[in-house]
Design a binder for this molecule. Structure first.
Ligand SMILES: Nc1ncnc2c1ncn2[C@@H]1O[C@H](COP(=O)(O)OP(=O)(O)OP(=O)(O)O)[C@@H](O)[C@H]1O
Ligand SMILES: [Mg+2]
Length: 385
């Protein structure tokens, strides 16, 4: 086994102390100490800063007109990062605390320079310093990563806002044109401008999704809650989507009669994503069933489709940002893979649960449930006639 070598830089103006320390160090077994020696403040400081071969520096408290604490303070100010052990005299009681405050890693009384204590102080100081540097490095890396993430989010929000502003104008002009063409009964132009309008709306909702993920990764997706009748929201969304998607029959089963505490707009976004996903991915089918359940603890909403379903091993991945299935038949379907990620964050903020039940080839059922007890949600009994 090779014996470890530890190089010590001693800054000490008394030759007798140097010889004594060298003697003590040479008697320690299991490690070979190599001692380099400087006698003055100035040479000591230069050596500390320029010699990158030593593992630890030992400083005498008394260095001519200066003292070791001044030297260690100056060295630390110049970025000296190696461990420092101060050598003190028996009468210098208060110095130990000052030394540690100034950046020393330990101190040792020259009167107690016995082998084992000396060995332990040196080894501990080296190990502690190593751990400290490692910890600082880790913290600064984490801070740099957080800063980068913050800047990325700020940049994304800025880009999205900048792109949305002209889009809003385009939408305004398209609506204006649509009205004019309607009046002038120019059907062809009306159809074109309406298509343009629909594409602009798609683009806007894409940008809104991007803004939402940016907010989620910056921990800034906020919800604004109120009491509202849950079934009414579901009905509203189903009717709106049914009106523009004639291929599907959207059926609503069950009711909750619950007035719940939550963000109406955000929960609507979740339901819309479930339904638009069902229409996008189960485009070969015609039925979509929306189910509402009420239990003592929660309200549950499920959207069931009769499309290709989702294999078990990808079911948990579909809630992660930007995840989309690799199926060739799905590749042509537009989307960024953000809808379910945003939905799960919205439901998480409502302290609810979101999940999918599916067998490949057997359709998929996407559900979320919201706890009723978060804030006395009101459940009215349906009137019997
Ligand atoms: N009803 C469904 N049937 C089959 N696969 C689905 C269904 N809903 C979602 N998926 C799969 O989960 C993936 C993620 O869905 P998600 O809603 O997060 O994103 P997206 O629809 O691809 O894009 P967007 O960001 O526009 O919502 C989809 O790409 C699809 O592969
Ligand atoms: Mg989607």
């Amino acid at each position: 086994m090779t014996i470890p070598i530890i190089r010590i830089l001693l800054i000490e103006d008394d030759e007798e102390d140097f010889i004594l320390l060298r003697k003590h160090l040479s008697r320690i077994s299991g490690v070979r100490y190599e001692l380099e020696w400087e006698t003055s403040y100035t040479h000591g400081l230069t050596r500390m800063l320029e010699d990158d071969q030593h593992d630890l520096c030992m400083l005498d408290y008394r260095l001519g007109a200066h003292n070791g604490i001044e030297l260690l303070t100056e060295a630390r100010e110049h970025g000296y990062v190696r461990p420092i052990v101060l050598l003190t005299g028996a009468t210098e009681g208060e110095i130990d605390i000052q030394a540690l405050q100034a950046g020393a890693d330990d101190y040792i009384d020259k009167g107690h320079l016995q082998g084992e204590l000396l060995n332990r102080i040196i080894r501990y100081a080296i190990e502690r310093k190593k751990a400290e540097i490692e910890r600082e490095k880790l913290i600064s890396e984490q801070m740099a990563a957080q800063e980068l993430e913050k800047r990325k989010n700020e940049f994304m929000s800025m880009v999205v806002h900048e792109v949305k502003t002209p889009l809003t104008s385009i939408k305004g002009y398209a609506q204006l044109l649509s009205k004019r063409y309607k009046r002038s009964e120019d059907d062809q132009a009306l159809q074109l401008v309406n298509r343009m309008n629909a594409q602009v709306s798609k683009l806007t909702s894409l940008l809104d999704d991007l803004l939402d993920v940016t907010r989620i990764s910056g921990g800034m997706l906020s919800i604004s809650e109120e009491f509202f009748p849950f079934d009414e929201l579901v009905k509203e969304i189903v009717e709106d989507l049914q009106a523009v998607n004639e291929q599907f029959t959207l059926e609503v089963e069950g009711e909750s009669n619950a007035t719940i505490w939550g963000d109406r707009m955000r929960l609507g976004q979740v339901i819309t994503n479930f339904l638009t996903n069902a229409m996008k991915y189960a485009s070969n089918s015609t039925r979509i069933v929306v189910k509402i359940f009420l239990s003592d603890q929660d309200v549950t909403l499920c959207v069931q489709d009769f499309g290709p379903g989702i294999a078990k091993d990808v079911q948990e991945k579909i809630f992660t940002p930007f995840f989309r299935q690799e199926h060739p038949e799905q590749r042509s379907i537009p989307g960024l893979g953000l809808g379910l990620h945003i939905a799960s964050e919205i439901i998480r903020q409502h302290e609810g649960r979101i999940w999918v039940e599916s067998e490949e080839g057997q359709g998929a059922t996407f559900c979320f449930s919201l706890p009723l007890e978060r804030k006395e949600s009101i459940v009215t009994q349906p009137e019997t006639v």
